[in-house]
Design a protein around this ligand. Structure first.
Ligand SMILES: Nc1nc2c(ncn2[C@@H]2O[C@H](COP(=O)(O)OP(=O)(O)OP(=O)(O)O)[C@@H](O)[C@H]2O)c(=O)[nH]1
Ligand SMILES: [Mg+2]
Length: 310
């Protein structure tokens, strides 16, 4: 998994690189066998800095301490492996299947939601490109009628990916766009329809109300749809992403998470924290602005990439 690598000209140190330097004293204490609860202070600081959040951080520390008390954490490598296993286990707990749900017959409908700037439209472009490479026919729909320029931005992505494009009028009703998109998907018999949405309205309440309406209209037009409602989170905004995950998932049934902008950050704890916060599987991560910069999620790969030696 291409993750957390340098983006542009600024090389970033991996999380492990940081932990390795400052947590060595913790390791030394562990190696002497003298671990008491709460002794891994440095590690705790580092994990919080990497956006794991308090509950996930405490659980990870607990896991390392438990391994240590059994005598399994005597070397730096064992320390790293204990932590990595904790991360992987957290990502495999609860609802954690990264496979995209598809319609048993007819078009698969994917609704994409998230705050403005999270990377929804870019993700849709990348996902459409991915389906096209698999030989599937794709339609994308510009359900963001709110932001000026949003419709054209998606049109460009559709052309780049080789996908059909459906749009309404600027300022029009996004639910109507979603309805038309499903009509078009059924008529043209496409394999996948992906519906973009606005990230900002006057208030967050307005946005949630609108999303609920879009989801309702989709379900009315096609029972069982949307087959996926993917929440896009910016991986660089720390605990705000967790708050967003909670807000969106109480408004609509979120079926998968997409965490973007994981290139060029030495953090990434948001991926684990968001999964734990709302018990929804992470399905993709975004690692750049280009069409190929999308990685299907894999818990083991992710944990290895996060804690890789440079
Ligand atoms: N480095 C990096 N940039 C990304 C990634 N995904 C998206 N971006 C950038 O983030 C910015 C916002 O992306 P959009 O796709 O327009 O975000 P959006 O959620 O559709 O935003 P609104 O339409 O305003 O709601 C753009 O400049 C993208 O190029 C990623 O994985 N890595
Ligand atoms: Mg957008």
């Amino acid at each position: 998994m291409r993750l957390l690598r340098k983006s542009g000209d600024v090389p970033k140190r991996s999380l492990w690189q940081k932990i390795k330097d400052v947590a060595l004293m913790d390791v030394a204490v562990l190696a002497r066998g003298g671990v008491s609860a709460g002794s891994l202070e440095k590690l705790e600081e580092m994990l919080l800095e990497a956006d794991f959040g308090v509950p996930t951080t405490l659980r990870l520390i607990d896991g390392v301490e438990r391994q240590a008390s059994r005598g399994f954490v005597k070397t730096q490598d064992e320390f790293r492996e204990a932590l990595r296993q904790g991360v992987e286990e957290a990502l495999r707990t609860g609802r954690s299947d990264p496979t995209l749900v598809t319609a048993p017959s007819g078009p698969t409908i994917i609704l994409v939601i998230g705050v403005n700037g999270a990377g929804k439209t870019t993700f849709i472009g990348k996902l459409a490109g991915r389906f096209r490479r698999e030989g599937k026919s794709v339609l994308v729909a510009a359900g963001d009628t709110f932001r000026a320029g949003a419709i054209d931005q998606l049109r460009v992505w559709a052309e780049r990916a080789g996908a059909d494009f459906v749009a309404g009028k600027p300022g029009g009703d996004p639910a109507a766009v979603a309805f038309d998109a499903i009509d078009a998907a059924l008529k043209r018999d496409v394999d996948v329809a992906i519906i973009d949405t606005a990230g900002r309205l006057h208030t967050s309440d307005d946005l949630m109300t609108e999303l609920r309406k879009v989801a309702r209209v989709i379900a009315k037009r096609l029972p069982d749809a949307p087959h996926e409602t993917l929440l896009v989170l910016d991986g660089t905004i720390g605990q705000n992403a967790i708050a967003q995950a909670r807000t969106f998932s109480t408004a609509v049934p979120v079926t998968g998470l997409v965490v973007t902008k994981l290139d060029g950050t030495a953090r990434g704890g948001v991926v684990v924290a968001a999964h734990e916060a709302i018990d929804v599987p992470v399905k993709f991560v975004g690692v750049g602005e280009k069409i190929d910069d999308l990685e299907p999620f894999d818990a083991e790969d992710f944990s290895r990439a996060l804690l890789e030696e440079e």
